[in-house]
Write a new protein. Structure first.
Ligand SMILES: [Zn+2]
Ligand SMILES: [Zn+2]
Length: 363
């Protein structure tokens, strides 16, 4: 059991009382290298020493805490933080109260650092035509988004200023109340309402973003739509979502694709459906019909003897698949039209056709 609550924090760091911030930081770095638990494995007191050192550094490197400590010693910190730490006998215990359990290397910018927030993903809808599904396309879209503020680089801080330790929780992010009872030491913890658990506060917010770390921008973004895209497909544009704050990554933009209906074609995967009208005689004799596809005209061969409702396939005139392979087909339903009126000339021909057919059947 360590009983060092009365140890002087300047003494722990090995600096004089009037030491500058730079001296304090340098002293901490030097001592931390010696007592860091990753280095001093064999020292049974390593953790204790490291916490004690880190506690001293965290207090003395924070201007407000340092003033409290200079004026009133540890009692000043207790009052500033609103924490009741009666009954703790060592400075490394205080480290746990102030900065949470476990180690937190003040020089690390790792993910454990509070407040790092990845920007949210965003979604936008674009519409393409069926023709653009064949070729693929580049779309320029205008996106209004909240991007990482350039003035403060997403920190929310007025340039040149720093976060200060939350005075409500003393930087722990939690407000703990500790009291001794007959059952032992009772500790209750709640997320600090003032800092939202971050343990730090912005005292001088960035003027450009008001401290949010995000600023509204309107940006033109190029979206590359590949051939074969289907309705409802989502294209990811990396890093074009909402900006990250305090070093968090920027979110992504998801572009959701809608495909405009086409008056001439119905789509089913890579195939297109359409229909064509041919005269009954053309259906009987066979014919070629000039037709439109999505990328140019072509001749559809309607074979002789085509029945009403038969489907004729134009191979490879459909849509390309999204992930490579052969193009689909255009499937043409043949509507056979029967003349409503026939001239006397036409009547004569049709009659003789009928005669010839009867003779054939009669034989
Ligand atoms: Zn800003
Ligand atoms: Zn707080």
């Amino acid at each position: 059991m360590h009983n060092d609550i009365d140890r002087d924090l300047y003494e722990i760091l090995g600096v004089p009382r009037g030491a500058s911030q730079a001296d304090i930081k340098a002293a901490y770095r030097k001592r931390a290298r010696e007592v860091h638990p990753d280095v001093a494995h064999d020292d049974p007191d390593g953790e204790h020493k490291f916490k004690e050192l880190t506690f001293a550094y965290e207090v003395l490197s924070d201007a407000q805490r340092r003033r409290e400590y200079d004026a009133y010693g540890l009692e000043g910190l207790r009052r500033g933080a609103g924490i009741d730490f009666d009954g703790f006998s060592s400075i490394s215990d205080l480290f746990d109260i102030f900065f949470g359990g476990g180690f937190r290397d003040p020089f690390s910018r790792g993910p454990s650092r509070p407040g790092k927030v990845r920007g949210r993903d965003m979604e936008m809808l674009i519409t393409v035509t069926l023709g653009e599904v064949v070729t693929g396309t580049e779309k320029e879209i205008e996106v209004g988004r909240r991007a990482t503020c350039e003035d403060c680089d997403g920190t929310g801080l007025m340039p040149g200023t720093h976060m200060s330790t939350c005075d409500a929780c003393g930087g722990a992010g939690q407000v703990r109340t500790t009291r001794r009872s007959l059952l032992g030491t009772m500790v209750s913890a709640q997320t600090c309402a003032k800092c939202g658990g971050a343990g730090q506060l912005i005292t001088e917010p960035c003027a450009a973003c008001g401290g949010s770390g995000l600023a509204s921008v309107t940006e033109k973004i190029q979206v590359s739509v590949p051939p074969g895209i289907e309705r409802g497909d989502r294209l990811r544009v990396r890093g074009k979502g909402e900006g990250g704050v305090r070093g968090g990554a920027t979110g992504d933009l998801y572009v959701v694709v809608d495909v405009e209906p086409h008056p001439g074609f119905e789509r089913s995967g890579t195939d297109l459906f359409t229909s064509v009208k041919v005269d009954m005689v053309e259906a009987a004799l066979g014919t070629s019909v000039e037709m439109e596809s999505l990328d140019g005209d072509f001749l559809l061969k309607v074979p002789s003897g085509t029945q009403p409702g038969d489907v004729v396939k134009a191979k490879g005139k459909g849509l390309p698949p999204r992930y490579g392979g052969r193009r689909g087909d255009i499937l043409v339903r043949v509507d056979v039209s029967v003349p409503r009126k026939v001239s006397s000339e036409q009547k004569k021909h049709l009659q003789s056709y009928l005669e010839a057919r009867k003779e054939k059947v009669g034989k």
